[in-house]
Ligand binder design. Sequence first.
Ligand code: NDP
Ligand code: BG6
Length: 486
Amino acid sequence: MFFGGTGDLAYRKLYPSLFNLYKKGNLRTHFAVLGTSRQTMTDDKFRAAIKKSLADSGNRADSKEASDFISHFYYQAHDVTDTAHYSVLKDAAEKLDKKYKLQGNRIFYLSMAPQFFGTIAQDLKTQGLMSTNKDAFNRLVIEKPFGRDYDSAKQLNDALSKSFEEEQIFRIDHYLGKEMIQNIEALRFGNTLVESLWNNRYIDNIQVTLSEKLGVEERASYYDNSGALRDMVQNHIMQIVSLLAMEQPVAFTDTDIRAEKVKALRSLRVYNVADAATNFVRGQYGAIDNQPDYRHEDNVPHDSTTETFVAGKLLFDNYRWSGTPFYVRTGKMLADKFTRVDVVFKKPLVDIFAFPQSQSTPLAANVLTIFVEPHAGFSLQLNAKTADAGFQTEPIKLDYMVDAAKSAETPEPYERLLHDVLKGDGTNFSSWPEVSYAWKFVDQIRRVWDLQEPQFPNYTPHSMGPAAAEELIQRDHREWIYRLNK
Ligand code: NDP
Ligand code: BG6
């Protein structure tokens, strides 16, 4: 059942992803989709909208396969704040259950504003929409944002947990559905070479960059109340960092992986006021050519202090990572659209090639880069001898990039995540403890920032953010591996 079934996310991402699952045989005959929102419409009109959504996403929507798929879609108008009306949804769900032999299995996808999550969860239970068949599942899928600080997130979680157990709640973080983010576990725990060096003895620092080329576009009314720290750091970046920092799980199961991610987040140092001010910097983009500055984008107040860029240093107080910082940065209107992780190894303790008469340049650090997007792959920078007379070294790269044909077959994040929900696999979803530790960390930065008026705008569009982001890392005698004009 899709609440917000006529919204942008549902049409643009969710229905095309479901269709991909159908085409691959992961959904067959025993399924029905009930879409709801306040507007009234017939099943046929809803199906016509689904057809358009499939066509818009590049599918052949007039094929027999598409019409078979679409025939499983139904629509019921419903205002989620109208408790008495849930009985109509209940009747519709029961009819579909019988027709498609669903055996009481239900998934409730809340693709709508989070302020409604609590009331929907409550009414699903009190109005009897949750299946009571003890062999059937009831699953709740929710979208971000999950609160705007720890207190509001906890309030929301308390409301949801009155109706659903933690293992029934699937909190979407679409970065966890990305191929190369899932590959972090394979890279780390499938390779002795990598995992045996994956600690503070050998790694100098780790850098996570989520760079966006576009500005705030048409989402300003949401974004201006959020900012980059809440929009990207609290969820996506903290999830990536916890996968990079966690210990090896006992087994490759959702419970074991979540347990290790939570342990990692528990050892993340929550900054005091002074350290928060030193270790995190923010920015807001200025104007360029015909592009207005952030404060002159549609629906943004002219005195907005919302950050469109964040860079920060994270420290773990544990045996594996003590002394090895994780630098993170993200922002809008930056040089390019990409996501990457750079793992910078320590240089050899002694550079035996650096004898005085040598022409050799000093040894470069080994760097393992995980390219997440737009291209997927890994690259390992090593030092090797130059292929000429004498003895000089130079950095060379071992590259593996997923080829275009394979990339085209790679499922979209929402397809993977919907598949996981159908299977009941919570590995690639954020658990409540993860969300809560992430908020506690981020809240501390926010608290400090809220005390000071920032000097905005402070970075030029198509750069890699404000000068302060460079200073943050240079202060530690390091540099960002991805730099413009390097
Ligand atoms: P939209 O505003 O496009 O859709 C909202 C949906 O909720 C519509 O179907 C609307 O239909 C319905 N709705 C609103 N009020 C009610 C109500 N009282 N009762 C019943 N239905 C209601 O939002 P999006 O699809 O963009 O976003 C949905 C969720 O996904 C949000 O939490 C958002 O933050 C999140 N998200 C969205 C992304 C995107 O790419 N769009 C990306 C990441 C997260 P109607 O008005 O007819 O009732
Ligand atoms: C969303 C943020 O969660 O992620 C957006 O709300 C951001 O502001 C988007 O643009 C980036 O996702 P992706 O997959 O395009 O990197």
